[in-house]
Design a protein around this ligand. Sequence first.
Ligand code: PLP
Length: 468
Amino acid sequence: MSELHRLPSVDRLLAHPAIASLIESHGRSLVTTEVRAMLAATREAVKGGAPLPGEDRLVEKVGAGVTAKATPKLRPVFNLTGTVLHTNLGRAPLPEEAVQALVAAARSPCALEYDLDSGGRGDRDDVVAELLRELTGAEAATVVNNNAAAVFLLLNTLAQRKRVVVSRGELVEIGGAFRIPDVMSRAGAKLVEVGTTNRTHLKDFAAAVEEAPTRTAMLMKVHTSNYAIQGFTHAVPESELAALAHRHGLPFVVDLGSGTLTDLAQWGLPHEPTPREAIAAGADLVTFSGDKLLGGPQAGLLVGSKELIAKIKRNPLKRALRVGKLTLAALEAVLRLYRDPDRLHLRLTALRQLTRPEADIRAAAVRLLPVLKTALAGLPVAVEIVALKSQIGSGSLPVDRLPSAGFAVRPQGRRSGVLNRIEEGLRGLARPAIGRIEDGALLLDLRCLQPQEEGEFAAALAGLERNP
Ligand SMILES: *Cc1c(COP(=O)(O)O)cnc(C)c1O
């Protein structure tokens, strides 16, 4: 207790040269709050028996606290997880064209809902509707916040208090609590499950419709994005479902999940169904994500018949689920890249990362190995270049793995705690690097480290060396 009177006052600390320079850069209010909080915490600690820290130590603590407060929460990281479309890391990185468009739209007023030809009010969907029609073959298109919103809006518009027939094999749960049955009930639709987990036939759908044709709103197909049912399986082709739906005057709708706009097989990637294929097979509405394989910003895209899209746009919930100008600016720029399919794999960042050759990734590993070794020198670990398997991510193409390369850091002896320390150190960098610990090794997959970021990554590693 007696020592407490030796703690410096708030005013004394604020006059300290180091604190004064903090005030210069961060403002008096933030720094004063931090000084008060630090003194209160120190007082408690000393009462609890901790030694009284010196003034320099107190100043240092204030500096650390202010820096932590001033560091943005949402900041860039290095994605070394090996998962390209990593939902927790923001999914698709945007191509430069989209970044530029987004910045321009952010900085200035833009013709978001303003028709420059007539000088009258416009429709924000028109920013991308024509591109979407062109790239999918659909008659009309609209955009909402994400694909979950697209599915919800579609069901709420067309299937309230009505039945929606879906195969039991497609009652998908996407990470983050998006479950088709739950979305259905929240949207006011009645789910009618048909078939079995592994096999569903046309006659299952037909029987469900014929049971209550007037109370049925639609037939629905949900792409099983994040799992595969293999072995003795049967799913009904989209064209047959569309024909059955149309015989009963019902729409056939498809939730594609990812939905890329080109055939990925041309780059040696597994084929992923496209909206164009679904529309050509007779789907009346197709929904897909903007930030999965499409490689754009978070958005939910709905394409399909003029009549149904118009109905969806009239739902008042559309207003609640609409996207902002930043999303539209980025989305338009990304969709434009699809008009030049020959160079898409060079310009669309997500696709460039997905198609990056293993040899190219390995060459980056060779360049960076000495830097990592220096950063970890003195720690009881062995570092080597290893072959790795990247994942596409975001529930896209779940069973396929891409040959990749990177580093494995393994503890020498039984010092497994050291890996967690390094992993934490990497996460604590000014630009955090996120790897994964697997089978007793810290794995750093270099697929998503863009060549122009290698210098920054090397510099960041040097920071690890100073502060292990
Ligand atoms: C990913 C996915 C969704 C959700 O899309 P978000 O854009 O993440 O909202 C819905 N359905 C399927 C089949 C999906 O794969």
